[in-house]
Design a protein around this ligand. Structure first.
Ligand SMILES: Nc1ncnc2c1ncn2[C@@H]1O[C@H](COP(=O)(O)OP(=O)(O)O)[C@@H](O)[C@H]1O
Ligand SMILES: C[C@@](O)(CCOP(=O)(O)O)CC(=O)O
Ligand SMILES: [Mg+2]
Length: 385
């Protein structure tokens, strides 16, 4: 028996970082996916092994099930009540990860492997299993690879454990609505291990797909009445969400009044943006006027992200380049490098888009037009012979 689950990455249209401090944010799924394939080894395979393959990275890890059970068995709770990995357990997990000798150049993956071990132990409970991960998302670039990884793994493990009902409709890729809550909670526990203090927006949009307004753990699905065209530029400057989130929190401790005002301003921007996106075609404003308002809100949000200290020279280069074409951009995700969004108005000519992409790529960046607002987590079963 093999279960495959895939989960999308995301873009944040407004509100990153401030959302960690209780502000509203708006995000949409992006059509790049992480897929987890989980297989129970056949009886002829060697048992007592948990294998994790990171296919795109050409890495493979294996642990004896008995070793994981001995180390983590005392910490796991019921599957129906997702629980955080206790600090003492994280230390034990760190030693299980160290034992794999991850090459220094790829050490950032250690937190992902740790999240896997907690999700595997909590959900599948020490059954020998082969897990293979593939991803279309750039890692550590602000497109939510960590959340897509946690959602895809949690979905596949929950399906294999029999804890979620999967409706094998005609497409064969559906998680039933009620089960999404449990899936989202487990994925959040994985994100905590990777991020330290996530808001939960990334795992929520990866689980549910579409476009969401999110605040303090609760979501509203948004149906945009505005056709949105978005250029994503990956600066390819590596960064780490955990460190950037911690940096903003430290700034908020040093300057509480100023930072509360910044977070409140972001809250207002996200709320206004969500109303604007949902306003219907016969409201007073033309599409061009709506696009101008969206651009203004986006520009204001970018200014506030600069106040939080999460911009970067590479992001500023993208902003300067796109502004030459009168286009507005903002960082998306944690910043510090990573990806930048540029709004492409509907009447903008294809020639200008090609020119701006060529100029950005001549700086060494990578560009693509994002498909946004698609499906969230999906699962399929495959009975192996
Ligand atoms: N496919 C994957 N395989 C292993 N680990 C992953 C994978 N995708 C994400 N991760 C983990 O998530 C981390 C990146 O998360 P983060 O810094 O939050 O950036 P982002 O979520 O924007 O990509 C990686 O360093 C790794 O630990
Ligand atoms: C900065 C933040 O708002 C988004 C982080 O997204 P990413 O990991 O950079 O894709 C953190 C969070 O909301 O958990
Ligand atoms: Mg992340």
């Amino acid at each position: 028996m093999e279960v495959k689950a895939r989960a999308p990455g995301k873009i944040i249209l407004a509100g990153e970082h401030a959302v960690v401090h209780g502000s509203t944010a708006v995000a949409a799924s992006v059509n790049l996916y992480t897929t987890a394939s989980v297989r129970l080894p056949s009886s002829s395979d060697k048992d007592d092994i948990v294998k994790l393959q990171l296919k795109d990275l050409a890495l493979e890890f294996a642990w004896p099930v008995s070793r994981i059970k001995e180390a983590l068995g005392g910490f796991v709770g019921p599957i129906s009540t997702p629980t955080s990995c206790p600090a003492e357990c994280l230390k034990t997990i760190a030693s299980l990860v160290e034992y794999q000798n991850i090459p220094e150049a790829k050490i950032k993956l250690a937190s992902g492997v740790s999240a896997f071990l907690w999700l595997y132990s909590s959900i599948l409970r020490f059954v020998p299993v082969d897990v293979a991960i593939t991803s279309e998302l750039p890692l550590g670039s602000g497109l939510g690879s960590s959340a897509a990884f946690c959602v895809a793994i949690s979905a596949a493990l929950l399906a294999l454990s029999g804890s979620v009902n999967v409706d094998q409709g005609h497409c064969g890729w559906m998680v039933c609505e009620d089960e999404l809550v449990l899936l989202n909670k487990w994925a959040f526990e994985g994100e905590k291990i990777i991020h330290g203090k996530p808001s939960g927006i990334d795992n929520t949009v990866s689980t549910y797909g579409s476009m969401i307004k999110f605040r303090s753990g609760s979501l509203d699905l948004i149906k945009s009445n505005m056709p949105l065209k978005m250029l994503v530029t990956n600066t390819k400057v590596g960064r780490n969400t955990k460190a950037l989130v911690a940096g903003v929190s430290e700034r908020a401790i040093r300057h509480p009044d100023a930072m509360i005002s910044v977070f409140n301003a972001v809250d207002s921007i996200s709320k206004e943006l969500s109303i604007l996106l949902q306003s219907s075609a016969h409201d007073d404003m033309s599409l061009t006027e709506k696009e101008e308002q969206l651009a203004e809100l986006t520009e204001m949000n970018q200014g506030l992200l600069q106040c939080m200290g999460v911009s970067h020279g590479s992001i500023e280069t993208v902003l300067r380049t796109t502004s030459k074409y009168e286009l507005v951009s903002k960082l998306t995700g944690a910043g510090g490098g990573g990806c930048v969004l540029t709004l492409l108005p509907n009447l903008l000519s294809g020639t200008i888009v090609d020119e701006v992409i060529a100029e950005l790529e001549s700086c060494g960046f990578e560009c693509f037009i994002a498909g946004i607002g698609g499906k969230g987590a999906e699962i399929s079963f495959n009975d192996l012979a």
